[in-house]
Design a protein around this ligand. Structure first.
Ligand SMILES: Cc1cc2nc3c(=O)[nH]c(=O)nc-3n(C[C@H](O)[C@H](O)[C@H](O)COP(=O)(O)OP(=O)(O)OC[C@H]3O[C@@H](n4cnc5c(N)ncnc54)[C@H](O)[C@@H]3O)c2cc1C
Length: 310
């Protein structure tokens, strides 16, 4: 783990900013106040705060758009002065249009949505979002109208789960579609930590093979960390040859791949996917709150403490 990544990890334990969209306790400390040191060419250059603000929306310039697949693109935003985002793991940001007129609901209120960067927190000068366009989706359709040079208003970090290395023996991540981004943020961070002993299992559902996001990155993590990372893709409707499991996540799949609830506080299950999948696997979220545990995980005996819905 780089020095900066270590510092970011330490900060994630400080349970930074949390308000709207947070499923955590309120912020103990403002995210931007802790010192960080970027070591370059032998000289220590302090980066004392994130260019993001957890208290207010800041406009960031869209530097580059990189098409990813039939309905998803990478949107790379510029960070001023070659700084890093320093977003803690796990956290997301919320976005709205820079011009309030451009993205609002029927009552004229700004439409705000959470997104999780796929770039590491110590990437300098830019941060990257992988955004899937939903045909009837308000925010995602708007983001796809942006051109390079336009800005988007971004606020964060919004704290999610304060991940600590080796808190659990087994972690299962159950995701679908663009819900992979927070799960990938956690995996990328946790597996890079040389002290990691936790075993991670990802069950990642998609409609067809061409919908699988971050497949190269996930396959790369699996190859690099075979002892600590099991990767299972599921397809609703495979086109052509497919050896993996098909259909929606069901109790048998969970029993086969996920560590049992009897491990008590040594097992944790993270869920992030389309609303229907989250409801079926773990019960609906209650707005930005966790909501009651229901669905397959409840049926299999998992408790609310063992499950986190992003
Ligand atoms: C913590 C967190 C991080 C996220 N990170 C990302 C990210 O990095 N990239 C990304 O593309 N999305 C991400 N999302 C999802 C994102 O916030 C939006 O929900 C999604 O873009 C749809 O918003 P919309 O305004 O376009 O659609 P809406 O106008 O909200 O909804 C339109 C339609 O899309 C469906 N829908 C809503 N949300 C989802 C969903 N998550 N999956 C599938 N269908 C959905 C609705 O049922 C509805 O039919 C994240 C969500 C969370 C909770």
């Amino acid at each position: 783990m780089s020095i900066l990544r270590g510092a970011i990890f330490a900060r994630s334990l400080a349970n930074v900013s949390a308000r709207a969209y947070s499923t955590q306790a309120p912020a103990a400390k403002k995210a931007s106040n802790l010192p960080f040191y970027l070591l370059g060419a032998g000289a220590a250059v302090p980066q004392t705060k994130s260019p993001l603000d957890p208290e207010k929306f800041v406009d960031f310039k869209l530097k580059k758009i990189v098409p990813y697949n039939h309905n998803t693109s990478k949107f790379i935003f510029e960070l001023p002065k070659d700084e890093a985002s320093l977003l803690p793991v796990t956290s997301c940001v919320i976005i709205k249009s820079s011009n309030p007129e451009d993205l609002k609901d029927a009552n004229g209120k700004p439409i705000i949505r959470p997104y999780t960067p796929i770039s590491p927190p110590d990437a300098k000068g830019e941060f990257t979002f992988l955004v899937k366009r939903y045909d009837n989706g308000n925010a995602s359709k708007y983001i796809f109208t942006l051109k390079e040079g336009d800005t988007l208003a971004i606020k964060g970090p919004i704290s999610k789960f304060p991940y600590q290395a080796n808190e659990f023996d087994e972690v299962a991540l159950i995701g679908g579609g663009s819900g992979i981004t927070p799960l990938y943020q956690l995996l990328d961070h946790a597996l890079a930590d040389k002290s990691n002993k936790t075993k991670f299992t990802l069950l990642f559902s998609n409609v067809t093979e061409k919908d699988i996001l971050l497949r190269d990155e996930l396959d790369g993590l699996q190859k690099k960390h075979p002892e600590h990372f099991k990767l299972v893709y599921l397809l609703d409707k495979p086109e052509g040859k497919w050896d993996g499991p098909t259909g929606f996540i069901n109790p048998d799949i969970i029993k086969k791949y996920v560590a049992p609830a009897s491990l008590n506080d040594k097992v944790k299950v993270f869920v992030c996917g389309p609303p229907g999948q989250v409801a079926a696997v773990a019960g609906k979220k209650a707005g930005m709150k966790q909501g009651e545990l229901a669905g397959i995980l409840k049926q299999l005996g998992y408790t609310e403490e063992q499950v986190f819905k992003f």
